[in-house]
Design a protein around this ligand. Structure first.
Ligand code: ASP
Length: 359
């Protein structure tokens, strides 16, 4: 029997047949395709960390291998993401974040710019270990040449733990990456339902889940019941507004961090100079203070052409500008990221200071 369109429509309405359209595509399939077309394309770039970590016991939240699960495993664990984005995954690295190198940073930054330039992604999520997450986030904040959202996410409990925080953090980050309101905010960091700015956020606690804080400036917002609420904005320049272009770079200049403490010595500075460091960030005490010994060693390093930037080890606040370079309110690890990028553009101390004042 030759079924007319009318008959088919009737059977469909009364539910006798599965909804096959005359073109051979099920109605369900075609509405799913339409719905998918409306969803944002979100690329998840995985680098490892606790979010991809697994332990033998589900109660083990400290003795585990960071960076052991592949990106597709992370995606498969949160099928709910399919309803909010067209998600794809790429493995950039699979390491604990203390092992993230300058090469990984460059690879990530270049890949994100490529995904945005080609139109392949509307937003990007980077999964990352929490230990150095803020460094990668701030690096991307300075080199991604787009207003499209980039969210860096991690977890404090491994994927195998009871009440693991990774799946919800990942879901929320994909939500943010595809959300209109995340555009033009600079690189964002999202864990524990919070939305933080790469410029401000820092890890403050070794083990607890609410470790990421933005001490002075506060969070940008929060994700409540599947909706992002933004309350603050970053006033410092970021992403497409910065001076940095990594497209032709294969490496970054060597910049070391030297900690300031009572009775400190000059030989850390001498070692940095001998090992061809182009920059030194001092994690000084208080308002970026240095002992006479380290101040003397730092000025000798400066005479050798090494740029020395004073920051503070206290964890918050701005280092006031006196003589020499200062990091504004960047902590030592973020001041290092900025100095590496600054040295790819200039050797002029005034220009370097202007970057600290703007970014
Ligand atoms: N403990 C770290 C984390 O939370 C390990 C790392 O940074 O890779 O991810």
């Amino acid at each position: 029997m030759k079924w007319t369109k009318k008959v088919l429509t009737f059977l469909l309405v009364v539910g006798f047949v599965t909804p096959v359209s005359l073109s051979g595509v099920t109605a369900e399939e075609s509405s799913e395709t339409e719905a998918k077309e409306d969803l944002p394309d979100v690329s998840i770039l995985a680098t490892g960390g606790t979010i991809a970590g697994s332990a033998e016991e589900n109660t083990d939240t400290t003795g585990y291998d960071a960076g052991s699960l592949a990106v597709q495993t992370l995606i498969d664990a949160v099928p709910e993401m399919e309803e909010i984005a067209d998600v794809s995954g790429e493995q950039i690295a699979n390491v604990g974040s203390p092992n993230v190198t300058n090469d990984t940073l460059l690879k990530l930054g270049k890949r994100i710019n490529e995904l945005f330039d080609s139109g392949e992604a509307d937003g990007v999520v980077v999964t990352h270990g929490t230990d150095t997450l803020e460094e990668t986030a701030y690096f991307l904040n300075l080199v991604v040449d787009s207003d499209k959202p980039v969210i860096v996410v991690g977890a404090m409990r491994p994927a195998t733990a009871m009440s693991a925080d990774g799946p919800m953090n990942l879901y929320n980050s994909v939500l943010l990456a595809g959300h209109e309101k995340s555009k033009g905010q600079g690189v964002l960091v999202s864990l524990n339902d919070r939305i933080g700015a790469a410029r401000y956020i820092t890890k403050t606690n070794t083990t607890v889940m609410d470790t990421f804080k933005s001490q002075e400036q506060g969070y940008l917002g929060a994700i409540i019941g599947g909706t992002p609420y933004f309350y603050n904005e970053v006033t410092r320049k970021h992403t497409s507004e910065t001076a940095f272009d990594i497209s032709e770079l294969d490496s970054l200049p060597q910049v070391d961090i030297i900690y300031g403490y009572q009775n400190d010595t000059s030989y850390m500075y001498e070692a940095a100079v001998e090992n061809d460091a182009e920059g030194i960030v001092v994690a000084g005490s208080g308002n970026g203070s240095m002992s006479s010994v380290s101040a003397e060693a730092a000025s000798e390093a400066t005479e050798e052409g090494v740029h020395v930037v004073r920051s503070s080890r206290v964890g918050s606040g701005t280092v006031s500008q006196r003589d020499g370079l200062t990091s504004d309110s960047l902590n030592p690890q973020k001041a290092r990221i900025l100095l590496m990028l600054a040295l790819t553009e200039t050797d002029d101390a005034d220009v370097i200071q202007s970057y600290y004042n703007q970014y």
